[in-house]
Ligand binder design. Sequence first.
Ligand code: IPD
Ligand code: CA
Ligand code: CA
Length: 275
Amino acid sequence: MAAPTDQIDLTVLLETAVGAGRAAGKLLLEYARSGFRVRHKNPIDLVTDADHAAEQLIISHIRARFPMHRFLAEEQGHIEPSPSPYLWVIDPLDGTTNFAHGYPAYCVSIGLEYQGRCILGVVVDPSRDELFTATEGSGAQLNGQTISVSETSILGASLLVTGFAYDIRETARNNLDHFAKFALKAQGLRRTGSAALDLCYVAAGRFDGFWEVRLNPWDMAAGSVIVQQAKGQLTDFSGAELSIYGQELVASNGHIHQAMLTVLHEDPAQTTPPR
Ligand code: IPD
Ligand code: CA
Ligand code: CA
């Protein structure tokens, strides 16, 4: 258990994360304009020069200020210079497929855990110049203005969002069953290709709910704090408290949460299309 003297002012941590996120967002836009190389991790899972460069920039920026902090970053994995209570969880480019196709729906996602608890989230969407921020106990903001989740209370009036993992071709647990069920029950259903932005959009009331079957900690770390601070609800599919290490995620405005969990547990064979 770290002593209280280990605790760093949240505003200093936020300032550092925003500085790193904005610089990385600018770098992504430069790569989008000038071009980049694409490598395949599997037939549909891509990584570009921009992913690596943005990640290195974020880590260097944070390390310059906090050299003893630990990192979990998508491309480099764990970096552990000391047994620090602080762990930065980073997705340098969430929405790589969109980025590689020139579709401007991607972001930088930087979350921070203190003693295993997510306490800060910063998500930068450089294409729209939108900065989502949250720190424990201080609410969630979009470009400095407080945001909160929607009031929609009926699933049939809700705009939902989801995503698919890169092993969609290899596993039956590929979310297509849930997608079919929600398509018949929601007002609308989207697949944007950026889980971190999907979480921020739930926080801002643009989406009413979001679920995904298999996410990584770096997809969820920042966005989960932003949803929580915007007074949203976050669980796994069983309704238990979200763990960013647990893959399954349901995020909502709270009002439709139980209805979403019920649909996730329905047998797909029972789904009757309306006549
Ligand atoms: C992906 C996106 C996508 C989600 C996938 C993620 P990446 O992250 O967040 O929306 O459906 O599960 O892996 O690869 O673009 O960083
Ligand atoms: Ca991601
Ligand atoms: Ca990524």
